[in-house]
Write a protein that binds this ligand. Structure first.
Ligand SMILES: Nc1nc2c(ncn2[C@@H]2O[C@H](COP(=O)(O)OP(=O)(O)OP(=O)(O)O)[C@@H](O)[C@H]2O)c(=O)[nH]1
Length: 578
């Protein structure tokens, strides 16, 4: 059994080369784009995030440094004032002292009040005359400044609250205090000079830094004191005072990184306020930026990258499609040309611009293959035609040879009539047919044995070759006198036999014999003259075991014809026939 052919996918169901190339090239481009874009995006995101952290950290540091510098500046201002000659030597309640206080107040509008108190705490002189004559002996700044330069923590105004205009935002008036002892040349305490700076000056500094550092970035700054109390902004301070948890719990106590304030995440950094005073305020500035604002540049970059990626992907996909078409089109053209070669059996025009060197080689190889195939095919066709002609010729020769052989095997070489062997075969056949049909149609076959009379004389008188010629003429006469269905044969020597199939009766056989006898009698044999023949006639009988009895009866009849005087026809019927 031959192997079953492998099942293969029909060609039209396979994906096209162009589709596959587009898919692979486009996919590859997209993958590379996604990988590169993803990598660049993640690097840029990290960089941007770090940059935002730096901005927040520098905001906290800058605000802390600025505030520390400003506080030191004001502290130095008050200290220098305490060392001024009119403070060290003159009367502290003089107009001169008052003027110098007013000048400083005018120079620094953050100072809400400047004043000088006596060592027992009575205000001797003050800007605007505020609190003059009142006692500040219990005030923290006064107690501390009797000993040293002092910068105090923020506090709400007490005595001055009613004397100063209210805060525009409705907040309580708050101060931070600067104070310094006034000593005489011997170092004895003459009094205390102090200034109350508006708290809003401090918060304004911090707020300004936060605002200017990164405008529109949503960065704000908190001031937190050493006890973790929010000093600024006011809203958080109030909320904390009311028991709200406004600050996140931070590990290590430092506000760094992403922290949640009131349910919102901020990028946070803190910087300590390092004031070189003895005050040791312990404040820290916490700068913070809402995480969504901090990540906005990242989001913008991501969006731009995605847009750029989509654009690049579209361009690359289009380029991939063009490239795929450039490759697949010549291949399709070659396929069409190959199909034409098969259909038209000739070499059509191949694409002259196949698009690529390899495709050019493929085109040349296909042309050469097509040429070779077509020429081989033509050679095969010619060889086939030649072979066919040769076979026909050989067959004809064989048939002729077979016919010649058949003739040789069945014919008598002298007369051309059937020979004895052929006659025997036909007799046997006729007997078989009679056995099968004779009962039904009543027809039987008969046999004539024809013998030339006194033929020996012809030979003796005219020679053997003439005898042969007579025999040939006899054969011709014989053949001409019988039906085509009858069979004439040379029985041996000068004796002939005629097989007569399907005779209706003995008379028919006798008539046939007579026809032959009279034909010979009437004929003239060149060089010899007249001749006669004797004919023995017999009919087949159902009792005949083979052809022999029929021949014997014909032979007996011939013998009788000879004995009776020759030139005669004698019937020798079998008993059954008669
Ligand atoms: N020329 C020639 N003669 C043949 C051939 N075959 C037989 N003969 C001759 O035929 C003659 C037959 O002679 P016979 O059998 O004695 O009989 P006949 O002379 O014909 O006389 P009847 O038969 O009694 O009339 C012989 O002389 C044979 O030599 C042949 O093929 N060619």
């Amino acid at each position: 059994m031959p192997d079953a052919p492998e099942r293969s996918t029909p060609v039209h169901r396979l994906p096209s080369l162009r589709g596959q190339l587009s898919l692979v090239l486009g996919g590859l481009a997209l993958a590379i784009l996604a990988a590169v874009g993803g990598y660049l995006g993640s690097v840029a995101t990290q960089e941007l995030y770090t940059a935002q952290q730096v901005v927040v950290r520098s905001t906290a540091q800058f605000a802390a440094e600025l505030l520390a510098a400003q506080l030191r500046d004001r502290e130095r201002e008050i200290e220098l004032l305490s060392l001024a000659p009119h403070m060290v030597e003159g009367a502290l309640d003089s107009q001169r002292v008052r003027d110098s206080l007013d000048r400083r107040a005018a120079l620094h509008d953050e100072f809400a009040w400047l004043g000088v108190a006596s060592p027992d705490g009575t205000v001797l002189q003050a800007t605007g005359g505020m609190l003059a004559g009142r006692s500040v002996a219990q005030r923290e700044w006064f107690v501390a400044a009797r000993e040293r330069v002092y910068v105090g923590d923020v506090h709400e105004a007490k005595l001055l609250a009613t004397m100063l205009p209210a805060q525009p935002n409705g907040e309580p008036t708050r101060f931070i205090d600067f104070a310094a002892p006034i000593r005489d040349a011997e170092g004895r305490l003459r009094g205390v000079v102090a200034a109350h700076a508006h708290w809003r000056w401090v918060t304004g500094l911090v707020e300004g830094v936060a605002r200017r550092q990164s405008p529109g970035a949503g960065i704000d700054a908190l001031i937190i004191d050493g006890q973790g109390r929010v000093l600024y902004p006011e809203a958080m301070k109030v909320a904390q005072a009311n028991g709200a948890d406004v600050l996140p719990k931070v590990a290590g106590g430092r506000f760094e990184g992403e922290l949640g304030f009131d349910g919102k995440t901020y990028l946070t950094s803190e910087a300590p306020l390092q004031v070189s005073t003895n005050a040791g305020l312990g404040w820290r500035i916490v700068a913070r930026q809402p995480l969504d604002m901090a990540l906005r540049p990242v989001r913008d970059l991501t969006r731009e990258l995605v847009l750029l990626g989509v654009l690049a992907a579209a361009v690359l996909s289009f380029a991939a499609l063009l490239l795929a078409r450039r490759i697949s089109r010549p291949v399709e053209q070659l396929a069409r040309v190959a199909a034409r070669v098969e259909a038209e059996r000739r070499i059509p025009d191949f694409p002259d611009r196949p698009g690529a060197r390899e495709l050019g080689r493929l085109s040349e190889a296909m042309q050469s293959m097509a040429r070779s195939l077509l020429s081989t095919e033509q050679e095969l066709q010619q060889a086939n035609a030649t072979l066919e002609a040769q076979v026909q010729q050989r067959t004809a020769e064989l048939q002729a040879a077979n016919a010649a052989l058949e003739h040789l095997a069945t014919r008598d070489p002298l007369t051309g009539l059937h020979n004895r062997r052929s006659l025997d075969a036909r007799l046997a056949e006729a007997q078989a047919l009679d056995r099968r049909y004779a009962v039904s149609n009543g027809r039987v076959h008969g046999l004539l044995l024809v013998d030339a009379d006194h033929f020996k004389r012809v030979n003796d008188q005219f020679g053997h070759p003439v005898g042969d010629a007579v025999l040939r003429q006899l054969a011709t006469l014989l053949q001409a006198s019988i039906r085509v269905t009858d069979m004439a044969a040379r029985f041996g020597g000068e004796e002939f036999a005629v097989l007569l199939p399907e005779l209706a009766g003995p008379q028919e056989a006798v008539m046939a014999a007579e026809k032959i006898r009279t034909a010979v009698e009437a004929a003239v044999f060149p060089g010899v003259g007249k001749l006669t023949i004797s004919v023995g006639v017999s009919l087949a009988s159902p009792d005949d075991v083979d052809v022999r009895p029929l021949i014997d009866r014909a032979d007996a009849a011939l013998y009788e014809a000879k004995r009776g005087g020759r030139n005669a026809v004698v019937l020798k019927a079998a008993d059954a026939v008669a």
